[in-house]
Design a protein around this ligand. Structure first.
Ligand code: SAM
Length: 214
């Protein structure tokens, strides 16, 4: 159980999502077999919805893993967006490169290898959509860079913001996760209380926060 919503609710919502295409089924299967955390089904659907509505031309992703969400966002953009995605794990970089190669996406999806914070510091071109999905304990540190890089009407989508419910309830917090939880609460405070921003927190998947400028 995700501790975010009731099991029966999650199961019902998932049952509404149509079967994925062969490509995404293969990626999902690989992620499951190799225990790679990729966007949960309903989060992936939400991302697909936001991207197809917003039609961003430039997307920045923090956390590539095997490239599942990057490929999903590329397709949802009508095969038009240029995606920059950051990953530091060598194995993941290898898998993602193989997948981007397999689907001829090397020119469309660019992997920046390294730690998100270090890569973010060096980026200077604006993005229409930023998907934060790496380093849960550092979203608050990534935020100033993401705001610097975000277009005037851009959107930040942050995944895992409720972190198995721990962010919302002290009763669920595991001792070794205390720092991550505190930092994630700080992130949610920052994006919720800044009067220049508008943020909506959605209890879906592992918790999603969507932020834009007012
Ligand atoms: C949840 S997975 C990303 C899943 C992917 N967005 C998807 O849905 O298909 C998070 C990834 O971020 C990477 N990661 C974690 N912290 C990082 C950091 N500080 N810098 C770069 N990559 C990081 C991990 O190696 C992992 O592959």
């Amino acid at each position: 159980m995700s501790e975010i919503t009731y099991d029966y609710m999650e199961e019902y919502i998932r049952s509404l999502i149509p079967e994925a295409s062969e490509k995404f089924k293969e990626l999902e299967e690989f992620a499951k077999e190799n225990r790679v955390p990729i966007a949960q089904k309903e989060t992936a659907k939400f991302l697909e919805f936001i991207v197809s509505m917003k039609k961003p031309l430039r997307i920045l992703e923090l956390g590539t893993a095997i490239g599942y969400s990057a490929i999903l966002m590329f397709e949802a953009s009508g095969f038009k967006a240029h995606i920059t995605t950051i990953e530091r794990d060598e194995n993941m970089i290898k898998y993602a490169k193989e997948n981007f190669g397999k689907y001829n996406l090397e020119d469309k999806i660019e992997i920046k290898e390294g730690d998100c914070l270090e890569v973010l510091e060096k980026l200077d071109k604006p993005y229409d959509l930023i998907f934060m999905d790496a380093g849960k304990g550092h979203y608050n540190h990534f935020l100033p860079h993401c705001l610097r890089l975000l277009n005037e009407d851009g959107i930040i989508v942050a995944d895992n913001v409720l972190f198995r419910g721990m962010v919302a309830s002290d009763d669920l917090v595991k001792r070794r996760k205390i720092t991550i939880v505190k930092r994630m609460r700080k992130y949610l405070d920052l994006v919720s209380k800044d009067e220049n921003l508008i943020t909506s927190v959605i209890p879906m998947g592992d918790g999603i926060a969507v932020t834009k400028r007012r």
